[in-house]
Design a protein around this ligand. Structure first.
Ligand code: SF4
Length: 281
């Protein structure tokens, strides 16, 4: 693993993501190294290849100081704005236990009385360490990515991320602590079209944690992601790989969407944005 400390030029970055005004990425790279990660393109800005994704993390050690300076430029203490941690890294990947950059950024938002929404998305139960700060923020929500209830499937696609079982427990703890939560089912694994029971199990497990809302995103199969998946799945059953190819197909997505909608209704889960998120078909 290539671990480095770096100084960033900016940390509060304007965003084009839906419902997001700013993003904070305290790290470059992500040690969780998910096979389907769209952020693997980040390597091109850092002298790394797509295949290096998951093997380097640069800690932006000046992130809290930079944020302290940049936060002052947001008018009305950020009322009505959303800051998202994080868009191209996981804010609670392993190295955060040592550097606490995410924690310090949250603390800075608190100390500057940030009144917008602080939105967190992670695959790690390390987020629970910061519960005391989250509870003090004006508006906060924490999302946990949950793509399967099966730890072995998660180990396959999300190699170094904490087991799904831990993420589900984290969601339950956040809900008990009255933090607003959601589960991010992204990517929606294409094989669910023929494994409805598995998807039912997944949505039930999410609902059982007390979570009420989900984002559902179809897999993004741009060429660089497909390239990584192909390498990773070279020994997998060709039928499974076939479902990945087919999942780009509109009809396939509509069929899977219907299954998702019905199961979300069954488990009283609201689909955020009112529909699943799709990429190029
Ligand atoms: S945790 Fe998120 S940012 Fe990190 S590799 Fe996985 S998908 Fe990418």
């Amino acid at each position: 693993m290539d671990l480095k400390e770096i100084e960033a030029k900016s940390i509060l970055v304007k965003s084009n993501l839906p419902d997001t005004d700013y993003v904070i990425n305290p790290y470059t790279g992500c040690s969780f190294g998910c096979t389907y990660c769209y952020a693997s393109f980040m390597g091109r800005f850092n002298g790394k290849t797509f295949d290096d994704w998951g093997k380097y993390v640069f800690a932006k050690t000046n992130a809290p100081k930079l944020l302290e300076r940049q936060i002052k430029s947001i008018k009305n203490k950020g009322k009505g704005k959303t800051v998202f941690l994080s868009s191209v890294t996981d804010p609670y990947q392993g190295i955060e236990a040592k550097y606490k950059l995410t924690r310090q950024c949250l603390q800075t938002l608190f100390e500057h009385d940030f009144q917008g929404l602080v939105a967190i998305l992670t695959k790690s139960d390390l987020v629970l360490r910061d519960l005391n700060i989250l509870q003090k923020l004006h508006h906060v929500e924490a999302g946990l990515t949950i793509t399967s209830t099966d730890d072995s499937i998660s180990r396959y696609f999300e190699k170094y991320a904490p087991a799904v079982s831990r993420r589900l427990k984290a969601l339950a703890t956040l809900n008990k602590a009255k933090i607003s939560t959601y589960a991010f089912i992204g990517p929606l694994l294409p094989h669910y079209i023929s494994k409805e029971k598995e998807l039912d199990k997944l949505l039930k497990a999410i609902a059982d944690t007390g979570t009420k809302e989900v984002y559902v995103e179809h897999i993004n199969l741009t060429s660089y992601i497909l390239g990584r998946l192909r390498k990773e799945m070279k020994n997998a059953d060709p039928k499974i790989l076939d479902t990945f190819y087919k999942s780009k197909n509109k009809k396939y997505q509509e069929e899977l969407d219907k299954i998702v909608e019905d199961l979300c209704k069954k488990h009283k889960l609201k689909i955020r944005l009112g529909k699943t998120i799709k990429h190029g078909q």
